[in-house]
Design a protein around this ligand. Sequence first.
Ligand code: IMP
Ligand code: MG
Length: 179
Amino acid sequence: MNTVTVHDKEFVTFLDSDRIAARVIELAARMNADYKDKNPLLIGVLNGSFMFISDLMKALDIPCEISFIRLSSYEGMESSGSVRQVLGLQENVFGRHVVLVEDIVDSGLTMANTVTFFEERGPKSIEIATLLTKPECLEKDLDMKYVGFEIPPKFVVGYGLDYDGLGRNFKDIYQLKED
Ligand code: IMP
Ligand code: MG
């Protein structure tokens, strides 16, 4: 078992790059069928999704487009949790088939918020593609059509995911080591 240290914490290998790559191909195969002749607009949520969306798009063999958004780091104090604003949308999504691409859906608050933002802009369809999700942490009723892996509620880094800015460059995904 391979371990890495990020800041003050130790992590152990959880999903290796071959396994991730194989799963991304499977998701892309489904999307190739589902979006044939639909020219989907993939929208990556920065920063975490950059590696996943890159590999996913390379495995698509249909006409498709890409764009990115980021979310404000502002966190409100509502009991509903943090409400983050969607920033940087350049494209008109009206009438488009939109696929929101995330690294991980944890509580689902971020994604629920993002879905609402897009719904208000009149896309023809909107689906979620997330590499990871932690079902035990989910607080929102989200219909996630493309999920790479359902994982336990432990913090993970690598393949785009960070711990305080570090770890995004790892090819594999690592899980926080329990002492
Ligand atoms: P949510 O709003 O609770 O679903 O939070 C989703 C966001 O939290 C993701 O886009 C990630 O940026 C971050 N996040 C949640 N869990 C992890 C993790 O295990 N590792 C790294 N980032 C995470
Ligand atoms: Mg993220």
